[in-house]
Design a protein around this ligand. Structure first.
Ligand code: AFP
Length: 344
């Protein structure tokens, strides 16, 4: 029987670690570290704290909106999306640690403005994933992925710096703006989760070395698309719903419609999230660089797996910034089982 306990309370000596302290400890144990990645992660953390505070206010304004103050409807949601994007771009492009940025909201790479220093990293991000959920107060998130630049030179980077396979990521993470705000990240040394204490304004270590169960009991997929899935996908989902003698099935269905929220639950409880290809979206809906690849690094670092059904997500060499991929991600055994059904 698979264990469903995925994280332990912090060791006594780690209790009370702020995220800054945790990042610095990681730097101390990394041979040859210059502190640049540490500084970049700190810049990203600051951005997400700013976004978290705006997201929380949007919820409040939406609530007030019911009494006649309609300032957080449609247009405002759009503003929040833009605000998250602008916050990340403004802070990271001027912070001296990147040579280029890629945003789900921008068609082209964003370079540091003239006169600002460049650094050896690139960051790709989805500033506010699941943003259509803002107006109904459902969890949303920010996802980020960090690579080292591959182009030579000390000025702005190129699109080739952004178009790297996920296996080359040096760090990846996400922030979920939910019932509490949590930041989960990896630099390739396990996956760690921090909870924002809004009264202090800082993230504190709450989930040490998260391990995803090898098998779960939850599947997460938009079943409204059932009719346009390939037969293998339909058979797989039907299988998950069919009771088994060992009581492992039927699985429970959970689908928020915010990838960060669905992934976060999958990471902690196990199971599988999928956004398959379908008749409308031949390559699925989710973006490789801003969604699939960073979450795949986290899943693998936690002992899970991520695939398109045919290929490991982290092995895909992207050929365009906004490339889409089918995604099956979560507990190793659940993902492997999905692949067996897809292969027929
Ligand atoms: P929005 O940012 O437009 O809400 O899209 C969210 C998302 O990219 C991802 O977070 C969800 O997993 C997925 O789309 C949901 O898509 P469906 O609404 O087609 O199920």
């Amino acid at each position: 029987m698979a264990s469903h306990t995925t994280w332990q309370p912090p060791e006594p000596d780690q209790r009370g670690f702020t995220i800054e302290r945790h990042i610095l400890e990681g730097q101390r144990s990394a041979k040859g570290a210059t502190g640049e990645l540490t500084a970049l992660l700190q810049q990203i953390t600051l951005c997400t704290k700013i976004i978290a505070s705006r997201v929380n206010m949007a919820g409040l304004a939406d609530h007030l909106g019911l009494t006649g103050e309609t300032n957080v409807q449609g247009e405002e949601v759009q503003k929040l999306d833009e605000l998250a994007n602008a916050t990340l771009i403004r802070n990271l492009s001027r912070g001296g640690k990147v040579c280029a940025l890629g945003s789900e909201e921008e068609s082209e790479p964003v370079l540091p403005p003239a006169g600002y220093p460049t650094g050896k990293y690139v960051v790709l991000f989805d500033p506010l994933d699941g943003s259509s959920n803002i107006d109904v107060n459902v969890s949303i998130g920010t996802i980020f992925s960090i690579h080292e630049r591959v182009s030579s030179g000390t000025t702005g980077g190129t699109v080739q710096d952004l178009l790297q396979a996920g296996v080359k990521q040096v760090a990846a993470g996400y922030v979920i703006y939910g019932s509490s705000t949590m930041l989960v990240y990896t630099t390739g040394q396990g996956v760690h989760g921090f909870t924002l204490d809004p009264t202090v304004g800082d993230f504190f270590l709450s989930h040490v070395d998260i391990r995803i169960p090898t098998r779960g009991k939850i599947y997460s997929v938009n079943e409204g698309n059932h009719a346009s899935w390939a037969p293998g996908v339909q058979k797989w989902v039907a299988h998950l719903k069919t009771p088994s003698a060992d009581k492992q099935r039927p699985y429970s269905a959970r689908y928020v419609g915010s990838l960060v929220a669905d992934f976060h639950r999958t990471l902690l409880k196990g199971g599988v999230f999928a956004y398959p290809a379908d008749d409308k979206n031949a390559n699925g809906k989710l973006r490789l660089m801003y969604e699939a690849s960073p979450l795949a690094m986290i899943a693998e670092q936690a002992g899970g797996a991520a695939t398109t059904g045919k290929q490991r997500i982290l092995d895909i060499q992207p050929n365009e910034l906004h490339q889409r991929v089918p995604l099956y991600i979560g507990s190793k055994e659940d993902v492997e089982e999905a692949v067996r059904f897809l292969e027929g």
